[in-house]
Design a protein around this ligand. Structure first.
Ligand SMILES: [Zn+2]
Length: 202
């Protein structure tokens, strides 16, 4: 079974909003987050808070499509007996405390990054030396067109991001749903920082 997550995170890889109780409260008030969700021990991660979608969640995250999910509830249920439901009914959200360092939030390997202006394909060596030099804090110039970019502003094909903090929306396949402008604006109002998003599958 794979997990498919829509990840929201600060555009500036180093930026964090430390006040997690305020973030949670404000997102609950806006109807993005609903009640706390129980997560089984196997899936639960230390330092994460889990929520059901709030009453306005589906206005703040716009779905173009969804997929079918098999609910295998217990060890003795075969796939034939499992209940089939729409993935939208299974969506939940997790919020993490900021980490000390900047991490590659996109998984186990680098997706290809290209220049959003001229399309130049960045070499892995270039990206790793960028990381070594300054932990992605500074911008770099595109080797082809010379335009200056921060790491999160390269074209990662919506498959990668870097940062110290994230809001994960579980159960969304790539391009099935996107955060609305209203949600991104709301996050900026609460945290005073810009947010971006990408899709993660593992
Ligand atoms: Zn370029």
């Amino acid at each position: 079974m794979s997990d498919n997550i829509l990840i929201l995170h600060p555009r500036n890889a180093h930026a964090v909003f430390e006040d997690i109780p305020t973030l949670i409260n404000e997102l609950k008030n806006a109807g993005f987050l609903g009640e706390n969700k129980e997560i089984g021990e196997i899936r639960r991660e230390e330092g994460k808070y889990y929520f059901k979608p709030g009453e306005h969640f589906f206005e703040l995250v716009k779905f173009q499509s969804s997929h079918k999910v098999l609910i295998i509830d217990g060890p003795n249920i075969s796939p034939e007996e499992a209940e089939v439901v729409d993935s939208k009914t299974q969506v939940y959200i997790s919020i993490s405390k900021p980490t000390e360092k900047v991490y590659y939030l996109g998984g186990f390997f680098f997706y290809k990054a290209s220049c959003p202006k001229c399309g130049y394909q960045y070499e892995l060596e270039f990206l790793s030396s960028w990381f070594e030099k300054n932990k992605f804090m500074l911008s770099e110039n595109c080797p082809q067109c010379g335009e200056e970019f921060f790491i999160n502003d390269l074209d990662w094909q919506m498959r990668a991001g870097f940062g110290r903090q994230e809001i994960e929306i579980w159960g969304i396949h790539k391009d099935e749903a996107v955060p609305t402008e209203r949600l991104l604006k709301l996050l900026k109002e609460i945290t005073q920082i810009e947010w971006r998003y990408f899709f993660y599958r593992f």
